[in-house]
Design a binder for this molecule. Structure first.
Ligand code: 9MR
Length: 350
């Protein structure tokens, strides 16, 4: 009797006997030819709720750390593909696309590399070897690479780094020339992969995104193999410049490159018990909805990816000493949050 009543109420609630359960993010994205992805941690794949949610909700994934130098290269002679291969293996079983992150970054490199006092020529050889070996290993498996990550400072200057000018691979003081070289190496190793430049703090129209825009325009004009720009979208401000994000996506789209939102999360303040307020979660949901809608409004914007999907695993807590967190689509128990509904609504709209 109870069950019947419950069922009757359910039908009444939907207003139709042809009630269809809400479609997952993945189903919505598939239906409109979009990619919806997330960063993953290989050690969590053995957790049932983690892998079930991941396979159900996303059609793309990316190793949060699995393909970085500090994971792949325990020492100069070794390439350890264990973590990266697990990520790719999961994607193959669940028919998901894989983004590779990243081939070149001036930060969080292994100590043997940063403290090695390598000379320019040696560094150049090592970087070419790294890019070539990794891109070839994942050829046909990784469809898009973040070739260079976070190469500009907030004023649009090329950041000092071991690859640029400390001592660099031979293009110190020559702006984006070292970036160009790495894209050429990546293209030679895997001509089919889409090659992206990825950065954070360049989501709106500002000095950094202006510099990236100028670089992409220059690369396109001269035939340097670049296919896209990754806008990270780590949002810490609950009133972000949404018009600026839209205008920025529009201008990159007009350049004829793809835009991927690569690392979205929306951090909210946490109380003493580590909980966010319902008001902030509602604001967060609206930000997910609006940012995703901005992406969907421009033909060049082809992927929306979050930096993890459960608040159980997120970099924000340690980065803010637990003052902020809860930035993702699912809570720590894998229940969908208002943010999930916000993204789903954006994907649903035709
Ligand atoms: O979330 C990542 C964290 O697990 C790593 O310790 C850290 C250093 O490798 O990188 C974090 O991810 C960063 C990403 O690779 C690039 N954009 C900023 C992300 C958050 O710091």
């Amino acid at each position: 009797m109870r069950v019947c009543l419950w069922f009757a109420l359910l039908l009444w609630g939907t207003g139709s006997p042809n009630f269809e359960p809400a479609r997952s993010l993945r189903e919505q994205a598939d239906a409109r030819g979009m990619l919806v992805g997330t960063a993953v941690r290989p050690y969590a794949l053995s957790e049932m709720a983690y892998s079930a949610t991941l396979g159900r909700e996303f059609n793309m994934l990316e190793g949060e750390d699995a393909m970085k130098w500090w994971v792949l290269r325990p020492d100069r002679a070794t390439f350890n593909f264990t973590d990266g291969d697990r990520v790719v293996g999961f994607a193959e079983v669940h028919r998901m696309k894989v983004r590779g992150h990243n081939l070149v970054w001036g930060w969080t490199n292994p100590a043997w590399l940063t403290n090695g006092n390598f000379k320019t020529q040696e560094l150049s050889q090592m970087l070419e070897e790294h890019i070539t070996t990794v891109a070839k290993h994942y050829r046909g498996k990784v469809f898009a690479w973040d070739v260079v990550n976070e190469g500009f400072d907030e004023h649009g200057k090329v950041k000092p780094s071991i690859w640029y000018d400390q001592p660099g691979i031979g293009f110190a003081g020559k702006g984006t020339a070292y970036i160009e070289q790495t894209f050429r190496w990546a293209h030679a190793a895997d001509p089919d992969a889409l090659l992206f430049y990825n950065d954070g703090g360049a989501e709106t129209v500002n000095e950094k995104s202006n510099a990236i825009y100028a670089m992409v325009k220059d690369f396109k004009r001269r035939g340097v193999p670049i296919d896209g720009v990754g806008l990270q979208m780590h949002i810490f401000d609950l009133a972000p410049d949404l018009a600026g994000i839209d205008a920025n996506i529009a201008r990159f789209s007009a350049l004829g490159v793809q835009i991927h939102l690569t690392e979205m999360d929306v951090a909210v303040p946490l109380d003493a018990y580590g909980s966010p307020s319902p008001e902030d979660l509602a604001k967060q949901a609206e930000i997910y909805r609006r940012v995703a809608s901005a992406c969907l409004a421009h033909s060049g914007c082809t992927a929306i990816q979050t930096w993890g999907f459960t608040d159980k695993y997120s970099w924000i807590g340690s980065a803010t000493k637990k003052a902020k967190g809860a930035g993702l689509l699912f809570d720590r128990d894998y229940h969908p949050k208002p943010a999930y509904e916000g993204l789903r609504q954006a994907l649903q709209k035709q």
